[in-house]
Design a binder for this molecule. Structure first.
Ligand code: NCD
Ligand code: ZN
Length: 343
């Protein structure tokens, strides 16, 4: 097969940032996807419907003319989230979901939730009104090794939460371990998961062998090869529980190449090409449309997109860096050649 045409896909997890960076990155995503779930970890975070509405307007203004793209907004949960504002924002179509960041887990998560017990009332309300919960699934205790944080989160937080609120629809985002795959496979229909391109392509060696490579660093951090293989199997299995979420997270080259480099991989420019390469390598081209375009909307109970996109078997060279109004940003696969090109 030298060409593949699928229903227009969506990105169910990414970071657009704000201001100049946002205006720079939005067109990359709008070129590839019809909709995207936009993360709320700005400074300050998007914690109210009013803030989300204003942020959505700024994003829409950054979409190039003639492209039809819809940002889907999320509310950053804190220990003090107002359940009424959240529910009203959901009813008004401002919020599509709410996002749980365990406090301190990742970039701009300081005001995240310190203990899920503190927001149980909010989560019960979300279960009642059918509002999905996006979860960054890592514990943050200093005594837990960074490579174990996702697996421990399942045991300590996610498992018990699912038992307590079986009706709550939860997206276990950017999963990175075989433990997560096992958990999602064994859970009921209320649990879905997104998988990023980087976690399908790289293991932790990419970050640590032959020198420390900050552009392969994101959170949750890439794990051992066995985990990568489990993720590839899950993504290409045809299971409706898994769907596309790039976690595109741009940081300037300067912020990444530093003594304390930021977590996040900017994969928006060639996201579809990157995913399709994996499905091709796994002999699963027939499963790509479900993963990219159907499973996500079905889980979120949103309509499938109209229209199609086509990718052709043709080489594309990923640039070493792209220029975000004077600040270079290094994209995922920088300097590599991918074998599929978005037409
Ligand atoms: C994200 C960011 O930079 O905002 N970083 C990342 O490594 N993925 C935050 C996140 O999703 O964890
Ligand atoms: Zn993210």
């Amino acid at each position: 097969m030298n060409e593949i045409t699928i229903r227009r896909p969506d990105d169910w997890h990414l970071h657009f940032r704000d201001d100049a960076m946002m205006r720079f990155v939005v067109p990359y995503t709008a070129r590839q996807f019809a909709r995207a779930i936009v993360m709320p970890n700005l400074t300050p975070p998007v914690t109210s419907a009013a803030m989300a509405k204003a942020y959505r307007e700024r994003i829409v203004a950054a979409v190039p003319d003639g492209i039809d793209f819809m940002p889907l907004m999320t509310c950053y949960l804190t220990d003090n989230t107002d359940a009424d504002d959240l529910a009203q924002g959901f009813a008004d179509g401002v919020f599509t979901a709410a996002k749980l960041y365990p406090a301190g887990a990742t970039t701009n998560s300081d005001s995240g939730v310190t203990d899920v017990a503190k927001i149980m009332g909010v989560l019960e309300r979300m279960a009642e009104i059918g509002m999905p919960l996006c979860v960054h699934g890592e514990v943050t205790s200093a005594d837990i090794d960074v490579f174990d944080r996702e697996a421990v989160f399942i045991d300590r937080v996610l498992g018990p939460l699912v038992e307590r609120l079986p009706a709550l629809r939860i997206i276990f985002e950017h999963i990175t371990t075989s433990e997560a795959v096992q958990f999602v496979d064994g859970a009921g229909e209320s649990i879905g998961a997104t998988i990023t391109p980087q976690h399908l392509h790289i293991n932790r060696n990419a970050m640590l062998v032959g020198g420390i490579r900050p552009h392969a660093y994101c959170l949750p951090v890439a794990k051992r090869e066995a985990h990568r293989l489990a993720l590839r199997k899950a993504a290409t299995s045809g299971s409706a529980k898994y769907f596309l979420g790039t976690d595109s997270a741009p940081h300037t080259r300067e912020a990444k190449e530093s003594a304390c480099g930021c977590a996040g991989i900017f994969n928006a420019p060639f996201a579809l090409e990157s995913y399709l390469t994996v499905f091709d390598e796994e002999g699963a081209l027939d499963k790509f449309e479900g993963f990219a375009s159907e499973n996500g909307p079905q889980f979120y109970r949103l309509p499938l997109n109209q229209g199609t996109v086509t990718l052709r078997r043709a080489e594309v060279r990923v640039p070493d860096s792209v220029d975000a109004s004077g600040s270079p940003v290094v994209p995922f696969h920088a300097g590599e050649t991918l074998r599929w090109t978005l037409v």
